[in-house]
Ligand binder design. Sequence first.
Ligand code: 8YV
Length: 321
Amino acid sequence: MKKIIVTCRLPGNALDRLSKKHKVHIHASRNEVMNDDELMHRIGNADAIITLLSNKIDERLLEAGKKLKIVSNYAVGYNNIDVNACTKRNIWVGHTPGVLTDTTADFGFALLLACARRVVEADRYVRENKFDGWYPDLLMGTDIHSKTIGVVGMGRIGQAMAKRANGFDMNVIYYDKEGDLGLQNAKYVDFEELLAKSDYVSLHVPLLDSTKHLINKEALARMKQSAILINTARGEVIDEAALVEALNNEVISGAGLDVYEAEPQVHPNLLALNNVVLAPHIASSSRETREEMANIAVENVIKVLNGEEPLHAVNKVKVEE
Ligand code: 8YV
């Protein structure tokens, strides 16, 4: 019987599969994640942990996790984990790609639509009993069809976003560090051209040293004054202070944000702006997808505890014979 730590209760029944065969400690609260101190206290006995993005898995913790065989992240992104430190210790890092691609792109598009057509403002307007008559320029937005969307990072989610944009008769351009991917439905351009030509800029890159503050003051200045910026990737890809300044000074026209630099904190000035739509990091949050993510996170653990490779690993370690 192995010992497994789960730092937050997960949706669906996936964890039952683990508890049938192993001793599983699940952090009790649904709306709270196990804190660093408790994780540190428990890690010494654990053969596996299932973590969230808010769990920082660093050298110090791994050093204490002498028995650990896998860190299974309940996310596709894994910027919370020191992957090299895991590999050095023969610890697998698992993640949950694929299942959240379309769900995340759906939400990216929902943010785009909401910003362009002022859906949140309109809802507030009606609730506040301001709808007292029809006027030609009442809450005028901007069109989506026939406009240009610039997708930054043409991986799984970027491509799903492009597909949705095609369906809305948009012109799709993209930038990717791999260069021109030879796609039929989107045109590769360099980053500066993408910023200059896009009516909507949508971010789909992982957080790396090279993508931190990719959207900074200079990048924002290159964008159209009418442009709308969408971020369902990672908050740190945008210099949030520079974005606030750009929105205040009408350097760009709006933003739809699901992620923030210092989550769960949101820059206070963003809260005061009408031309932004804000969500609490929920792009992958459909019941179906969140349950499927749990299935994969659990399957990654089961495979490793059976001496196999995880279903989805981000590193490669030696499998013990
Ligand atoms: C999750 C995500 O909501 O998978 C990711 O990388 O950002 C989201 O799907 C989040 O990571 C939950 O830990």
